[in-house]
Design a protein around this ligand. Structure first.
Ligand code: ADP
Ligand code: MG
Length: 383
């Protein structure tokens, strides 16, 4: 944990070490073909990657490349990937050139050995991503860890899908060769079903791999946070660890939301003696605000759109919008005898415009946000 005055950050070094070992094929789980981690939004994936996984890989002397495909949603994911790899190669070349200079070697011959047209990486007719990665691993002479955050974003266009195939090809060619030039791949996503479209079928880039749930922050996180908060409060005004953990569960294990509730309570705490009660109310209030807004959003959809969503939630990763079976399910919900395919298509398009669903380049659909599935489960089925 970082005991910064203004910022609380909880570290999971043991988890990072486990994941790195599994990438090496040495852990209980073998992830040497790639690690696919899914957890809902705002639960701490990127923070963990940056603050725990990258440092752990550094301790193992791996070369790390981190790419967030959501960092700029207007840009082609394939280009973002190519750019990150290029930057890393350029840094690597810089380091080698500096080394060569200090060793008094002939700079020209070193540069010659590295002749490589960086400007063309990832472009058609230029250096492929596969070659660039192979080049990088070779020059680095140590394992390369490539982390692709929000990897499902690559699947919305054919370019991105091709980039994913290129990564797989690079992994295969590197991992068959020299032991020290290996490529470890980590992909994360905010939605299990979306990430599954990288691994599910024969024509998908990482067919055969598994999507693993990324472990949510648990009570060790809220315990450490409670201590951190209490240290800033009067001894007579302290939060209880169990209350804190319950509130955290209420808000879906999202650190920001817990911090927001604490912030709100702290503002008008005054002579409050019932912090536990305030915490419960804060968490319940936040949750019902989220669910109310979801309810009004769903309520504003057409009946067919609602029916499509409902079937999508039920079927999860097996959902396919136009199968006879799916059409029958919509008809049953709507109580209709007939239903034209093009009206279903229009409903899907409408849902996509509202950012409620996601579509891959290959025509697979999934919910944009997993919270929606929870809401459906609760509201519609009283689960
Ligand atoms: N280990 C942690 N300790 C403290 N705060 C955290 C931790 N992990 C995440 N957070 C906070 O939660 C928020 C969401 O985290 P983020 O890593 O962006 O989630 P995700 O990538 O899953 O969407 C951020 O504001 C971050 O500061
Ligand atoms: Mg993130």
């Amino acid at each position: 944990m970082t005991q910064d005055q203004n910022r609380f950050s909880f570290h999971r070094q043991a988890l990072a070490a486990d994941l790195c070992s599994s990438l090496e094929g040495k852990g209980l789980v073998d992830s040497s073909s790639g690690l696919f981690l899914a957890a809902p939004r705002r639960t701490g994936k990127s923070t963990f990657l940056r603050e725990d996984l990258v440092p752990e890989a550094g301790r193992r002397n791996w070369l790390c490349i981190y790419v967030d495909l959501w960092s700029d949603r207007s840009r082609d994911p394939a280009l973002l990937l190519a750019e990150a790899i290029k930057t890393s190669i350029a840094e690597q070349q810089g380091a080698i050139t500096r080394m060569a200079k200090s060793a008094g070697l002939d700079k020209l011959s070193i540069m010659g050995a590295l002749s490589f047209d960086l400007s063309k990486v990832g472009q058609s007719g230029g250096v492929t991503l596969t070659d660039a990665l192979a080049h990088l691993a070779d020059k680095a002479a140590r394992p390369v860890l490539l982390i692709v955050d929000e990897a499902q974003h690559a699947l919305i266009g054919e370019e991105g899908v091709n980039a994913m195939f290129a990564l797989k090809a690079a992994r295969d060619s590197l991992n068959q060769g020299k032991a020290d030039a290996r490529l470890f791949l980590v992909f994360t996503g905010s939605h299990r079903d979306k990430l599954a479209h990288l691994v599910l079928k024969r024509d998908q880039p990482f067919f055969g791999s598994q999507v693993t749930p990324f472990p949510l922050l648990k009570q060790d996180f809220t315990d450490a946070y409670t201590d951190w908060v209490n240290a800033r409060l009067a001894a007579s005004n302290q939060f209880d660890k169990q209350d804190m953990f319950e509130a955290f569960q209420w808000v879906g294990h999202r650190p920001e939301m817990l911090k927001a509730i604490i912030g709100e309570i702290a503002l008008d705490m005054g002579e409050a003696s019932n912090l536990g009660q305030l915490l419960k109310e804060g968490a319940a209030g936040l949750r019902s605000r989220i669910w109310d807004s979801m309810e009004s959003e769903i309520g504003g959809l057409t009946e067919l759109q609602q029916a499509v969503l409902e079937v999508m939630v039920k079927r999860g990763k097996d959902f396919s919008p136009f199968t006879e079976d799916a059409l029958k399910a919509y008809r049953e919900i709507l109580g209709q005898e007939t239903l034209a395919t093009h009206t279903v298509q229009a409903a899907l398009d409408g849902l996509r415009e509202k950012n409620l669903i996601w579509r891959s380049a290959r025509g697979a659909y999934a919910l944009e946000d997993e919270t929606l599935a929870q809401w459906f489960g609760h509201e519609r089925n009283g689960a």
